[in-house]
Design a binder for this molecule. Structure first.
Ligand code: ZN
Length: 151
């Protein structure tokens, strides 16, 4: 059963890597940031159009491994239409999902498609690939320094 689940998750990741959703420039946009994971060489650029506290639109450009690109792609599909508060909660959920040491099964109902990244917990080097887009999101919304690195 666990292997079937892993296969399903792997297929979702490969699909989003091959056909990334919401890929490209977003003009005009209200928020943007760049992220870099030097450990793997992943780079991402994120654009958001936030209106009245709601993520009206979100797009990204990325150059990197399958996990980093799929994570950014899935993140954009999950965040579109969400409030900033919901986005912040999802950031926390995702962080727990990929870093939690416990063997707890992911709450797939709450996480939806994000649950496909539960497997990266076992590969610490991959956690940074999977979380790069989320850290870039946080930077974009916080409007801090526009370039982040996972190091
Ligand atoms: Zn990577």
């Amino acid at each position: 059963m666990m292997n079937e689940l892993d296969d399903l998750y792997r297929q979702v990741i490969l699909d989003h890597n091959k056909n990334p959703r919401n890929f490209g420039d977003l003009d005009p946009h209200t928020h943007d940031a760049k992220g870099h994971n030097p450990l793997c060489g992943d780079r991402i650029e994120l654009f958001l159009d936030v209106q009245d506290g709601i993520i009206n639109d979100i797009k990204f450009k990325a150059d990197g491994c399958a996990i980093s690109k799929a994570s950014a792609s899935i993140m954009t599909t999950v965040l579109k239409g969400k409030t900033l508060e919901e986005a912040s909660q999802l950031f926390d959920e995702f962080h727990i999902l990929v870093t939690d040491d416990m063997d707890a099964e992911p709450d797939t109902e709450k996480l939806g498609k994000l649950a496909v990244f539960s497997g990266v917990r076992e590969f610490p080097a991959r956690v940074k690939c999977a979380s790069l887009s989320w850290h870039t999101l946080k930077t974009a919304l916080d409007n801090k320094d526009k370039v982040i690195t996972t190091e």
